[in-house]
Design a protein around this ligand. Sequence first.
Ligand SMILES: NC(=O)N[C@@H](CC(=O)O)C(=O)O
Ligand SMILES: [Zn+2]
Ligand SMILES: [Zn+2]
Length: 342
Amino acid sequence: MQLTLIRPDDWHLHLRDGAALSAVLPDTCRQMGRAIVMPNLKPPVTTLAQAEAYRERILAARPAGSRFEPLMTLYLTDNTPASEIRAAKASGIVHGVKLYPAGATTNSDAGVTSIDKAMPALEAMAEVGMPLLVHGEVTDPAIDIFDREAVFIEQVFEPLVARLPELRVVFEHITTKDAAEYVARASANIAATVTAHHLLMNRNALFVGGIRPHHYCLPVLKRELHRQALVKAVTSGSDRFFLGTDSAPHAKGAKEAACGCAGMYTAHAAIELYAEAFEAAGALDKLEAFASLNGPAFYRLPVNSDTITLVKEPRTVADELSYGEEVLVPLRAGEMIGWQLR
Ligand SMILES: NC(=O)N[C@@H](CC(=O)O)C(=O)O
Ligand SMILES: [Zn+2]
Ligand SMILES: [Zn+2]
């Protein structure tokens, strides 16, 4: 069996920088036409000048002949001036501004401590049509980690959308039934990305036979009922949901540690993993809209003009991949994936 799709894009991707960037970028270039590149570097990409420089480093790291296009983002802080948003919009290279609640995830320390402080930037975004990309989890340590996304919807997301109804918002890497249902009934300027790993695994995967650091990411995997709700959302035919891998590489040593980093590396087999999830749901016919059409429509960009072909031939994933001076353990390391790219 084979499946030809308009070339997909990845609307949520971590490429890192330096040697790590060079190591992981070819995986994405093989399958994706474009990617929304997350700005949580150290230090974060908070200005247009930094985004321009990062974009040049990504373009320079592409394999020869690749036409992959990085779509840049800015990292929103309490102090982002409205003028930076206007300049970013005018540049044509910045396609979104990322809201990390301070402390919510990897390299989010410089993130937003209160929506009020970020209001000048948010108002400018609503005005110029710059999408806000949201890591939607509250950071209150008193809130159970499995509830942080659902609580974020009522405490932050709904009030923000009520205050700035024109703002275009992507609820990134949604993991709950609550978020899937919220986005499906919200107004047309609200959308969501969904990862392959949240479509394929529930929280049991964190503890199969022992603690599994390579299945730890944020937002953390949830109960099976949530996984099922995400599958239902992406296969529903709604154009509000689109592909965003949240492929988030960390060196093996940083994951297999007493306090391991959050993030799964999935870019080596992104579209193959999504094909497995859609096939399991009997909805392979819905994959192309999710992977290749809904994202460009939301971001007001053209659809890619070429195609990729997947064949249903299982392959074994490598145990480790090179990651600069270090190594990286990809999702499914040493195990099978049902599809491969021709
Ligand atoms: N998803 C993750 O678990 N980690 C991401 C950050 C993020 O997307 O929240 C990373 O940068 O490592
Ligand atoms: Zn995130
Ligand atoms: Zn991410």
